[in-house]
Design a protein around this ligand. Structure first.
Ligand SMILES: NC(=O)c1ccc[n+]([C@@H]2O[C@H](COP(=O)([O-])OP(=O)(O)OC[C@H]3O[C@@H](n4cnc5c(N)ncnc54)[C@H](OP(=O)(O)O)[C@@H]3O)[C@@H](O)[C@H]2O)c1
Length: 277
């Protein structure tokens, strides 16, 4: 069995959903972990459970990743402790639903700050270290919405398209430095995400809904296999193929219905972002 001691995995957004599941699956492999999020009690509880169950080292870091100075300080603290990150799971993010103009500009910019700016900063600082060591793996969590613009998810879908394009380009760019970059594009999944973004769950979305465990397993496998990107689940894969095989006006119209956006014209959602403290 591979000796994973010292081969740290850093997981952002580890206090719930996919991030928590990444922590469980990597701990089960015997890998030491750095868990990052804002809700420290959740991180502490998870860390205690993983240390007891899998006998792995777990460090918790309470960081608001929206604050770029805090990202740099996190990187610095880990460096000073001699913790080299072998696997970076860049997962923290939140959704934003509602008509673009009715939502507040602050809410849109806060989402972009976390899902785009902070993800870019975290990738940049840790990829530099990996390049020096000429080894490392980076997984970026995008979304199936990266493949198409959907009304009432305009800024969020655009943010995830950025994540997908960034990862695709970096996959090739960093390959020659011994670093693998993979993008995970989940569809609707049963995490705290939809509730946090006050997203309506339509019957079609219920059908597509996946549990976090198989999504995370697909992400870990794809990263291990050095794939550029992965869409977990056969229904999600079929949906992405549909977007490639049909004109934009058609798959946009279908997806608006699936996402529940087309049903409530005039009923402007309040754009919502998660504030959990
Ligand atoms: N679930 C889905 O249907 C779905 C589909 C496609 C893509 N995704 C993507 O999957 C990723 C994870 O989402 P999830 O579904 O697991 O949702 P989730 O359960 O709400 O988890 C989001 C995580 O991000 C962390 N986070 C949020 N704001 C943060 C901040 N400012 N600083 C540090 N951490 C922060 C949260 O921790 P704290 O609140 O403790 O900070 C939490 O651990 C996101 O990038 C999301 O866009 C989700």
């Amino acid at each position: 069995m591979e000796n994973l001691q010292g081969n740290w995995a850093l997981i952002t957004g580890a206090s719930s959903g996919f991030g928590e599941e990444f922590a469980r699956q990597y701990a089960a492999q015997g890998r030491p972990l750095v868990l990052v999020a804002r809700r420290i009690e959740k991180l502490e509880t998870l860390a205690t459970e993983l240390r007891e169950t899998y006998r792995v080292d777990v460090i918790v870091e309470q960081v608001d990743l929206s604050n770029l100075a805090a990202v740099i300080q996190l990187h610095q603290r880990l460096r000073e402790r001699g913790i080299a990150i072998d696997i970076l799971i860049n997962n923290a993010g939140h959704g934003l639903q509602g008509t673009f103009v009715d939502g507040t500009l602050d809410a849109a910019l806060a989402m972009l700050q976390l899902d785009v700016v902070s993800l870019t900063a975290v990738t940049h600082v840790f990829a530099q270290d990996m390049r020096t060591r000429r080894r490392g793996k980076i997984l970026l969590v995008a979304s199936m919405l990266a493949y198409l613009g959907v009304e009432k998810f305009a800024a969020y879908a655009a943010a995830k398209a950025y994540v997908l394009r960034l990862g695709e380009a970096l996959h090739r760019e960093l390959k020659r430095d011994g670093i693998t970059v993979t993008v995970l594009c989940p569809g609707m999944s049963d995490t705290g995400f939809a509730t946090a973004a006050q997203q309506k769950i339509t019957p079609a979305l219920k059908l597509l809904m996946m549990q976090p465990a198989p999504v995370v397993r697909a992400g870990i496998r794809a990263l291990q296999a050095r794939r550029i990107s992965v869409v977990p689940g056969w229904a999600n894969k079929a949906t992405v193929m549909f977007t490639r095989a049909t004109p934009r006006w058609l798959h946009q119209a279908v997806f608006s219905r699936v996402m529940g956006a087309a049903n409530d014209r005039g009923d402007a959602y309040t754009a919502s972002i998660k504030v959990r403290r």
